[in-house]
Design a protein around this ligand. Sequence first.
Ligand code: MG
Length: 165
Amino acid sequence: MTDSPLPFRVGFGYDIHPFAEGRPLVLGGVTIPSPRGLAGHSDADVLTHALADAILGASGLPDIGHYFPNFDPTIKGIDSQKILVRAVTEAAERGYVIGNVDLTLIAESPKIAPHLTAIKERLGKSLGIAPGEIGLKATTNEKLGSLGRNEGIAAHAVVLLMRRA
Ligand code: MG
């Protein structure tokens, strides 16, 4: 995507992680009170992974597994905000800044609503945008399928990149 002529670029990201006992639950860089967290090589922040992949996708770049391989022992337990900042940096190096993002979390539990403001503030810092440019919704899967059986959490993300003036 070198020297893209486009003033705007759109990207989409998706991720899912299973629950695991004995781990903290980190969503959008915020630790949520929960009896269990998510399994993963990093901090397993499913929301931030979907968002980072959306930015990389909008930039025409490979997914986060390319930059942060899940077999690399040096990044075990990595704070996923570092992954997100890397995605923002990759987009910036190609002349793009973040416009707005829209995120959806899918989880039967725990309740995310009390934490939406804190998550928006945390992600805004990593993205370099105001919390008002971040849409964030949480929904259940209406008890359908693996998410409905409360086996994990999934996230969808859409991002708009704008060519820097
Ligand atoms: Mg992930």
